[in-house]
Write a protein that binds this ligand. Structure first.
Ligand code: PGA
Length: 240
C-alpha cells in the first residue's frame, strides 16, 4: 500500500482527480467505483473542472457507488443518490443509464446484493475505486466486525457511524441500516484510492496502515491490495 501526504487538501484533491483522469483516458469503457461523504467532494469538483475544460468525458464511463442508506426515499436530500447527482453526475456528460447506486429500498436485499455484484462483474470489474474511511476504520459501510465481508449486503450501522453522519440529518432520523458493497467487492477493484483528511481520521488511518490486517479495522485489508494508495493531509497522517 502506498501512502502520500499533502500539505493542502486542494493539492490532494487534484492529485486524486488526475489518477481518475488517467484511468478514464486509458480505458475505452472505464468502470469507476465511487464514494460519498465529505472526503471525495473536492475531487469531484476537480473532475467537473476537467470536464468543463474538455480534458475528460464521462460519455463512456460506467459507475458503481459503494453504498446507500436503507429505508430512505431515493430522492431524499440525504440519500447517496441525491449526493452523487448534486456533487458530480448533474455536471458531467455521463449517461445516467450507466450510473449504479445500490437501491436501499430493495425488497430482497440478499438477492439485490448478488445482482449488484454480478452487474459489476458483467461491466468488466471496477477499474478504480474511490474510498473514504470512517473514524472506526470502515470502508463503504463495512463496519468493524469479526470477519471481512464478501459481496454487497445489508448492514446495521454502528453507533460511531450514526454519530459521525447524523449531522446531516437535521430534520429527520438517520437510517440505521444501509446496503454496502462488501470488502470482497471492494478488493476486486483493480486500483484503489482512499482519501482521508482531518485529525479525526488519524487513529483509523494509523490502524489501517500500520496495524495488523484485521476486520476490527476493515480498511487494514487494503495493505494486501496490490494497487492501493492512501492520499492524506498532514492531520490525518499525524499518527503515522
Ligand atoms: P467522510 O466519511 O468522508 O464524510 O468523512 C467517510 C466514511 O465514513 O467512509
Amino acid at each position: 500500500m502506498e501512502v502520500k501526504i499533502f500539505d493542502s487538501t486542494a493539492d490532494l484533491a487534484l492529485y486524486a482527480a488526475r489518477i481518475f483522469q488517467n484511468v478514464i483516458k486509458e480505458n475505452s469503457a472505464p468502470v469507476l467505483g465511487l464514494a460519498t461523504g465529505a472526503s471525495p467532494v473536492e475531487t469531484y469538483k476537480e473532475l467537473i473542472k476537467m470536464y468543463n475544460n474538455g480534458e475528460i468525458s464521462f460519455k463512456d464511463v460506467t459507475t458503481f457507488n459503494l453504498d446507500e442508506y436503507c429505508d430512505l426515499p431515493k430522492d431524499d436530500k440525504n440519500s447517496y443518490y441525491t449526493f452523487m447527482m448534486e456533487n458530480l453526475f448533474n455536471y458531467v456528460d455521463i449517461d445516467k443509464n450507466n450510473v449504479n447506486i445500490p437501491d436501499g429500498n430493495a425488497a430482497d436485499t440478499d438477492k439485490y446484493g448478488e445482482e449488484y455484484d454480478k452487474k459489476i462483474m458483467n461491466a468488466g470489474g471496477i477499474d478504480i475505486q474511490l474510498l473514504g474511511i470512517g473514524v472506526n476504520g470502515h470502508i463503504g459501510f463495512n463496519e468493524p466486525s469479526e470477519s471481512f465481508s464478501e459481496g454487497t449486503h445489508k448492514v446495521k450501522l454502528t453507533d460511531s457511524t450514526l454519530k459521525a453522519n447524523s449531522r446531516y440529518f437535521t430534520d429527520s432520523e438517520m437510517p440505521h441500516y444501509a446496503l454496502t458493497m462488501g470488502i470482497g467487492s471492494i478488493m476486486n477493484a483493480k486500483k484503489i484510492v482512499l482519501i482521508a483528511t482531518g485529525e479525526a481520521k488519524a487513529q483509523a488511518v494509523y490502524s489501517a496502515v500500520k496495524g495488523e490486517v484485521s476486520p476490527n479495522c476493515p480498511a487494514s485489508i487494503l495493505q494486501t491490495h496490490n494497487d492501493a494508495i492512501f492520499l492524506l493531509d498532514s492531520a490525518a497522517a499525524s499518527m503515522l
